[in-house]
Write a protein that binds this ligand. Sequence first.
Ligand SMILES: N[C@@H](CCC(=O)N[C@@H](CS)C(=O)NCC(=O)O)C(=O)O
Length: 202
Amino acid sequence: MYKAIGAPGSRLVRVTWMLEELGEAYEFAPAKQHSELMYRYNPSGKAPALEDGDVIIVDSAAIVFYLANKHADKGMGGDNPAELGEIASWLFFAQVELEAPLWNKLKHRMMLPDDQRAEVGPWTKAEFDREVETFDKRLGDRQFAMGDRFTCADVILGHCGQWARGAKFEIASDRVNAYFDRVLARPALARAKQKEKESTEA
Ligand SMILES: N[C@@H](CCC(=O)N[C@@H](CS)C(=O)NCC(=O)O)C(=O)O
């Protein structure tokens, strides 16, 4: 059985959402970032991580990519180099372009020691707005990142949308907003959140 390691309320839900989409069984190993347990999985102490027998994968985008292509029959990965390249491109876009302003703002507002914080509000807003515009153009009339099928790329992009909405980043694109509504309404995400909630209440 898969083991999903990380803290509830974090990027861990990307992993469990993906596992729910695939219909694969998993267990949680609750671990705070920089805890002893987390360092056993990731030298950076960052969460989440996935354990699959002897295989350990860290970084949420790599984890969903691994799972999608391990369970290729479920259609959430790529079938050929062109599709794999396009999915990788979306995953990098999500992490490096869309998530970075969200993450930077959070770090500078709430996480870094006081003497390392800077005012990044205007920069992160401008950067996020620019990447939403890019997203709008790349998405075009597609239902999902890869067209009419939901893939691992949508898990990471969708989670960025949830994050942006929670952090009150305005999303100035009807197309991108409709996309986020569509992917965030996935029953698999609701199941993942419910299980996470139950695990914290247990
Ligand atoms: N790129 C990594 C980022 C991992 C990450 O930063 N995770 C947060 C928790 S959601 C963390 O462990 N933060 C601790 C830190 O930044 O030192 C991923 O997507 O998994």
